[in-house]
Design a protein. Structure first.
Length: 523
């Protein structure tokens, strides 16, 4: 048996959050403490939420050579990453093949699950689906020098053939409650194109500000055409069911992180459908969160069908300060194409419910997708008209539609080449329809009269005027967002500029909280 397996775990990411990968890292290190973790921060900033125009992934790929040399000296290198980073993984795998032919290359994560046919061409083993159990079982086979051909949850490349093993059952809520917390240690290697160094507190703060990102629930019942979940549901209908750990587990996770990351003053739950969690469990979480954590909370995964005033009120009382919901389009035919399974009336009702709680929470954020080649000019006008109906104030996240391998949109694009869908190698912020983007940001800022609205519609279509005015709009938009973010205690915008200043502000705020609590105790 090989007790000293050299294991390298690598995730390619925009930033450093990657909660799923960090959980895998924690699970592996419990049994193989010698394993080393690398988070390759491709964009060198995890504040993507604040980026309007970002670098294009379709440009020439360069990799840190010291990083490549480090991971080549391994028995096993396990890669993870979303589809837009697949070329980085392929290039890294190719480098390892040339340096060390004995290294077993494993590919897991979302791209491996939605497009294993692609991944297996560059790896020895591809983990399809959840990897917490299957990857540990795989590692055990390697350490015992047993055959990996029948590894459940894996595609194995063997002598020119591909062995497709059955998937393991998804983890139950009970199993999720027993998983180790995210690996948020300082031993993780933070990699950029130019550096490789331990993940210090300064690195955490400079890259993701003062927040902690995690997941409570897994699963989504929807099969939106552009989303990877449409592929997950093809693999197993069980992906449509909501699974989550006990509320106490999540509270303990956050509390544990706060012990070592005292700068954290803002919690973000990345759940896709948190309001599908049972009310008694939400009530238990809200009670414990208020009592033991008491930090601003952000929920970015609301769906219009499940926005409930009672659950919102409950979480606001516990500390919820910011929410985000996917509108995607104000055109019903486009929503039908996306299979969003929601009507414009339902969306409007949900936005009204959320807006009712302002200013207890900051202005809500709504996702809007543009650059859909099947949309007509009339479809786009419908979306703009719908946005004008929303209660103010609000913010908008603007995304450009992308075809992700394995999704229904990918299949549609393959069968309908007359529509020029952009691939995932282009970032979501790389926008084609500058006129539509201009108007969406304009409506995020202003509630114009019909006359002013029509004037700006004309400006948006004149290329030189659009170019001159768009950047000004974005600057005003970002300034407004920064103001509200800082107001609720999220110092991420400040951390982008100065890590030290963000830390000083947190210490000052914590000091004020402590003094206030002391006074209340005395009374």
């Amino acid at each position: 048996m090989k007790q000293d397996l050299k294991i390298k775990l690598v995730d390619f990411e925009d930033g450093i959050a990657c909660p799923g990968f960090r959980r895998i890292s924690a699970s592996v290190k419990l049994k193989y403490p010698q394993a080393k973790t690398y988070i390759y921060n491709v964009s060198n900033v995890s504040v993507q939420a604040f980026n309007i125009l970002s670098s294009d992934m379709s440009k020439k790929i360069t990799l840190n050579e010291k990083f490549l040399n480090d991971i080549s000296d391994s028995d096993i290198v396990a890669f993870s990453g979303m589809s837009k980073f697949s070329e980085y993984i392929k290039k890294s795998a190719s480098f390892i093949r040339k340096r060390n032919a004995k290294t077993i290359i494993v590919w897991g994560g979302i791209h491996a699950t939605v497009f294993p046919e692609d991944a297996i061409s560059h790896a020895d083993a591809v983990c399809v689906g959840e990897g917490e159990k299957s990857f540990l079982s795989f590692l055990e086979k390697v350490s015992k020098e047993e055959s990996i051909k029948e590894s459940a949850g894996f595609w194995i490349r063997d002598k020119g053939k591909v062995i497709k093993n059955p998937l393991l059952p998804l983890m139950t809520s009970e199993e999720l409650s027993c998983q180790p917390f995210q690996d948020y240690s300082f031993e993780i290697n933070h990699v950029t194109h130019h550096n490789i160094e331990p993940m210090t507190k300064d690195a955490y703060i400079s890259q993701q500000g003062t927040k902690y990102m995690t997941l409570w629930s897994l699963g989504c019942p929807f099969n939106c055409t552009y989303c990877s979940n449409s592929k997950f549901l093809k693999n197993s209908s069980e992906y449509g069911k909501i699974r989550y750990a006990r509320p106490e587990y999540l509270i303990n996770e956050i509390r544990t992180v706060l012990k070592y990351h005292d700068y954290v003053n803002y919690i973000e739950l990345e759940d896709d459908n948190i309001f599908l969690i049972n009310l008694p469990d939400l009530e238990k979480f809200a009670f414990l969160y208020k009592k033991e954590i008491n930090l601003p909370l952000f929920l970015p995964g609301l769906h219009p069908k499940f926005v409930e005033s009672k659950k919102l009120s409950l979480l606001i009382e516990a500390g919820l300060k910011k929410v985000r919901m996917g509108i995607q389009s104000g055109c019903q035919s486009t929503l039908d194409f996306y299979r969003r399974k929601t009507s414009l009336q339902e969306i409007l009702k949900a936005t009204n419910t959320i807006s009712y709680f302002y200013p207890k929470i900051m202005p809500p954020f709504y996702d809007v997708i543009i650059d859909n080649p099947i949309e007509t000019e009339e479809d786009r006008k419908e979306t703009l008209s719908f946005l004008r109906k929303l209660k103010r104030p609000f913010f908008l996240y603007v995304y450009s539609l992308r075809k992700i391998p394995g999704t229904e949109l990918w299949d549609f694009a393959q069968n309908n080449p007359q529509y020029d869908f952009m691939g995932i190698e282009h970032t979501y912020q790389s926008i084609r329809d500058k006129s539509m983007a201009f108007m969406v940001y304009f409506l995020a800022l202003f509630n114009p009269s019909d006359f002013v609205y029509n004037v700006f519609c004309k400006i948006s279509k004149i290329k030189i005027l659009n170019l001159m005015t768009f950047n000004i709009l974005v600057l005003f938009y970002m300034a407004k967002r920064f103001f509200y973010e800082i107001k609720i205690g999220n110092y991420q915008p400040i951390a982008m500029i100065s890590t030290r200043l963000a830390v000083l502000l947190i210490k000052e705020k914590n000091s004020l909280y402590a003094k206030r609590a002391k006074r209340q105790t005395a009374l």
